[in-house]
Design a protein around this ligand. Sequence first.
Ligand SMILES: Cc1cc2nc3c(=O)[nH]c(=O)nc-3n(C[C@H](O)[C@H](O)[C@H](O)COP(=O)(O)O)c2cc1C
Length: 344
Amino acid sequence: MTPIHIGTLPLATNLFLAPLAGYTTLPFRWCMREVGGFGLATTELVHARSLLEKNRRAFELIETRPEDSPLSVQLFGPVAEEVRDAAVWLEEQGADTVDINMGCPVEKVVKIGAGAAMLKDPKKTGAFVRTVTRAVKIPVTVKTRLGWDQTQLDAPVLAPILEDVGVAALTIHGRTRAEAFSGSVDLNGIRAVVESVRTMPVFGNGDVCDTATAKRMLEETGCAGLVIGRGALANPWVFQHIQAGFLGHPAPPEPSLGTRVAFMTRHFERAVQQRGEKLACTQFRKTIDWYAKFFGPCRPLRLAMKELSSRQHYYDLVGQFLAYRNQHPLSRRENHPAVNAMPA
Ligand SMILES: Cc1cc2nc3c(=O)[nH]c(=O)nc-3n(C[C@H](O)[C@H](O)[C@H](O)COP(=O)(O)O)c2cc1C
């Protein structure tokens, strides 16, 4: 994979960790940085006004640490001046880059005119974004979808407008707002966006989970890089595997179950450290579903983790699971991660 610049920001590779609200928290990003293979990570989406009001939750979302670099902070909000002021404040705090969310399909976000609702009026959105790009020196990027629905595929209209107002890079999730996460990603739709701009890098996003899907996305869309979300939640080694595939190296050995569980445990411990035992347990009741995709048969663990109540409980459940699996090794087929692979 090739090094790339987003505006003035040099990045080691053109593979990126996508923002995933509720998942790409600092504890997860920190563990991902240790595995590596991606050039940039992005925070979960943060409401610009909450940040300006110094809301505790917004501050938690932008928490970082030296290893968690380079990092983009993703902002959303319906008021251009608030997004501008939040971007200026983030620049003063040393943020590498800010991203504006124009893809979130959630009703409470679109009903205030933010997220994917910004796709509906490309001209107005261009003026909104210009307010932000004019105010900061750090690169401003945008992440969006193909359009509101199949009758309004406006991303190829919006993209050149964003390029003209100084957006440094654009990520396109190849689905519409109406599709949310259903069906499969539309590579022709992403290609139309790539072809609509002059030099602004456009990154393809959606359903990339291994070398084959990464190659297909790059070849069929002509995009300048790949943004991977759920594929990394299920398999934190996905970036390394794609890198090896592109370099023509043999695929690195699949991490053992023990290595995967150790990653999950580091993630859990850091979540406990950062947010406290109670919140970490609540988060892990859903996080387990992603790790489980590469654990092979693990239904009892997955179900028991839905009731996760304490740190001790976590170690009891994981200990029982590993003891069971040590006594009952899997057949070769069951052990193959593709059995449990994406999409969810
Ligand atoms: C649980 C979840 C949370 C997400 N949160 C965000 C977010 O905060 N900001 C954003 O731009 N996209 C968000 N997305 C969209 C992803 O970044 C990405 O565009 C989408 O999942 C498709 O890529 P993937 O197939 O690689 O996951 C979220 C998706 C999921 C499933």
